[in-house]
Design a protein around this ligand. Structure first.
Ligand code: BG6
Length: 506
């Protein structure tokens, strides 16, 4: 099938053309979509940036990015040269109206040459402080009047708290319909994250036990070995709670906890997810310490290399109160999940780079086996490995071979790399194609973003009002602060990390 028939002629304008996101993610993703024949032959990428660069220098830089970051590795000259013809670089000062009037002319000229409706996509790949002014100028210039085909893509963070997110939504609603707004949470584009929906709702096996009667608790860990990597300024303003928990981890939690959608219609899926956010128990401000802990990395060792602490990073205050680790215990107050803890944690400079969801089941209601058979006995457990290993592991009890009844846990493993030979698209490929096709299922709706802010606000306010007195409190290369262990240990649990490729079943 010719895949190109699915998409319309498209002009995509990237604000922040010389930025890291464009170089590392957007252009490699668009290039792969082009190679996979998802793009219409009439495709134009206008990159607007503030740097003085010739078209040739700009393309050279983009090609380096593709060679370095594309999942396919180095580009082929013939293919790149054709793709590069669709890219145009323009120096632009986003604060001036002429940028937008000229853009309007260019878009109109592109539309004139197309023989059908044209997607007009505006991508805000700029630092968050520029989101509002650029969005307003796009609106004022009349670039968004085509309600069906003009779309605005907004990177995270969407606001810095509930109030600012609400104000930004209100501002956007003055120029755009909600269906034109694509608020990105790139975790939702990841293959393994989308698979959570397939796993839960395309199988009859799991859904009947997916509730408080069988599940003891859920853990969601997104840990990274990297530090703030030159993003000191950004991190000083945001911290782990805003950067990771308010968006990526809460979205993962929603996918695990949501009710089955009636269909895969964008609003139906998003309604079911927002139901979860509304059911999350609001943490009382005086109880924050019982539900949330924070950490900041000190110097330490990562992959055999000595690394500096957060407070020594560029653009970070020597007495910075900002957290680089956060762990929160959530409860979802509804019939399905009443009193099941959902522990989430995320941190930088941890011992491992791993994103994993663990579903810990309850013990069997009655133990029929003699004590000596069950020495090594463990309740069932399901582990969804999102990255870097991709797969699902289910742990259950089996009889060890031998003349006596001896039970021990064994694992069933589904590993993407053993099962599929085709390459896995990058999150940005999926998400950009969805924007081009006008499918908002994997994007954040205004009410979702606000509900997610609402949930973290008590923690955020408490932490801002009471700077930690013991930062830094975890060594780089460790598993985070001891308080995170205590948070889960006081419920009789511990953070579970199971190696994915464990071969033996002992
Ligand atoms: C981004 C955060 O949203 O996600 C970064 O701003 C973080 O701080 C990144 O490193 C993690 O994404 P991934 O896809 O590498 O897990």
């Amino acid at each position: 099938m010719d895949k190109t028939i699915k998409t319309n002629p498209t002009v995509i304008t990237i604000f922040g053309g010389t930025g890291d996101l464009t170089w590392r993610k957007l252009i490699p993703a668009l290039y792969n979509l082009y190679l996979d024949k998802w793009l219409h032959k009439q495709f134009l990428i206008i990159c607007l940036g503030r740097q003085d660069m010739t078209q040739a220098d700009f393309l050279k830089k983009l090609k380096e990015g593709v060679d370095k970051f594309s999942r396919r590795g180095k580009s082929k000259k013939t293919e790149w040269d054709v793709f590069a013809k669709t890219i145009e670089y323009k120096k632009a000062d986003f604060a001036t109206t002429t940028v937008y009037t000229q853009l309007k002319k260019q878009v109109a000229a592109f539309e004139k040459t197309a023989d059908c409706a044209v997607n007009k996509i505006f991508y805000l790949a700029v630092p968050p402080q520029f989101f509002e002014s650029i969005a307003v100028k796009i609106g004022e210039a009349g670039l968004a009047t085509d309600r069906k085909y003009a779309r605005l893509v907004i990177e995270k963070p969407f606001g810095t708290n509930l109030e600012s997110a609400k104000a930004f939504n209100k501002l956007l609603q003055g120029f755009f319909d909600e269906c034109q707004l694509y608020r990105i949470d790139h975790y939702l584009g990841k293959e393994t994250v989308q698979n959570i929906l397939a796993f839960r709702f395309a199988n009859a096996l799991f859904e009947p036990i997916w509730n408080r009667n069988y599940i003891d608790h859920v853990q969601i860990t997104v840990s990274e070995k990297i530090g703030v990597e030159g993003r000191g300024n950004y991190y000083e303003l945001n911290g782990a709670l805003r950067d990771m928990i308010q968006n990526h981890l809460l979205q993962l939690l929603c996918l695990i906890a949501m009710e089955p959608p009636v269909s895969f219609n964008a609003d139906e899926v998003r309604n079911r997810k927002v139901d979860v956010l509304h059911a999350l128990r609001k943490i009382k401000k005086e109880e924050v310490h019982n539900y949330a802990v924070r950490g900041q990395y000190d110097e330490g060792w990562v992959e055999g290399k000595k690394v500096i602490g957060y407070r020594e990073e560029n653009d970070v205050a020597p007495d910075s109160p900002r957290e680089t680790f956060a762990a929160v215990k959530f409860f979802i107050d509804n019939w399905r999940w009443s009193n099941v803890p959902f522990y989430v944690r995320s941190g930088k400079r941890m011992s491992e780079s791993i994103s994993v969801i663990t579903i810990q089941f309850k013990p069997v209601p009655h133990q029929s086996f003699p004590d000596e058979a069950t020495d090594n006995w463990q309740p069932n457990r399901m582990v969804l490995n999102l990255q870097p290993d991709m797969g699902i592991r289910i742990r259950f009890q089996a009889k060890r071979p031998g003349l006596q009844m001896q039970l021990s846990p064994v694992d069933m493993l589904f590993n993407y790399s053993d099962t599929y030979t085709s390459g896995t698209p990058e999150a940005y490929e999926t998400l950009l194609l969805d924007v081009i096709e006008g499918d908002a299922t994997l994007f954040m709706r205004a009410d979702q973003v606000e509900a997610a802010w609402d949930i973290v606000m008590p923690v955020l306010n408490n932490w801002e009002a009471n700077p930690s007195v013991n930062f830094p409190n975890y060594a780089s290369g460790s598993n985070g602060p001891e308080t995170a262990e205590a948070l889960i240990a006081k419920d009789g649990n511990n953070w579970i990390v199971m190696p994915f490729e464990k071969k033996d079943n002992d």
